[in-house]
Design a protein around this ligand. Structure first.
Ligand SMILES: [Zn+2]
Ligand SMILES: [Zn+2]
Length: 137
């Protein structure tokens, strides 16, 4: 399952995972996949991207942790970033309020570095093109 997911460069939905597993191993019962995903997320082997109902493989090792995820709105890549501030501040606040934390997700949306660079060079090209072909006043 993890290899199936790790083979993808984009986050995968549960349905995509079922489809890929079925292609590799024949029929896979969806409840099995959902149970396995719950287990993987619970053990921090994978993280759920709540806003998109997809999953990404955790790259941070095998210590249980909460993830902060950078979601690129242009190319769809999801990158996990270390964020122990979450545990120290957000979880501490919850514990202080006698609230039991089961899940905690931080999703930061925007263009990634590569997409920002593409947008910058695209804008520069457009400006140069417009300047070159501007009609004389
Ligand atoms: Zn992680
Ligand atoms: Zn991007």
């Amino acid at each position: 399952m993890l290899e199936t997911q790790a083979g993808a460069d984009q986050p995968l939905g549960a349905y995509d995972i079922i489809t890929r597993l079925a292609a590799a191993d024949g029929r896979v019962a969806p409840p099995t996949v959902y149970r396995a995903l719950d287990f993987l997320v619970g053990q921090s082997f994978a993280h759920r991207v709540y806003s998109k109902s997809v999953f990404v493989v955790c790259r941070a090792g095998d210590v249980p942790h909460h993830a902060a995820l950078h979601l690129c709105r242009a190319c769809g890549r999801v990158v996990e970033v270390p964020c122990d501030l979450l545990d120290h501040q957000v979880v501490a606040r919850a514990v202080g309020a006698s609230f039991s934390v089961e899940t905690l997700a931080v999703e930061v949306r925007g263009p990634c570095d590569a997409c920002s660079e593409r947008a910058r060079s695209g804008a520069a090209f457009s400006a140069a093109f417009a300047a070159k072909w501007r009609r004389p006043d």
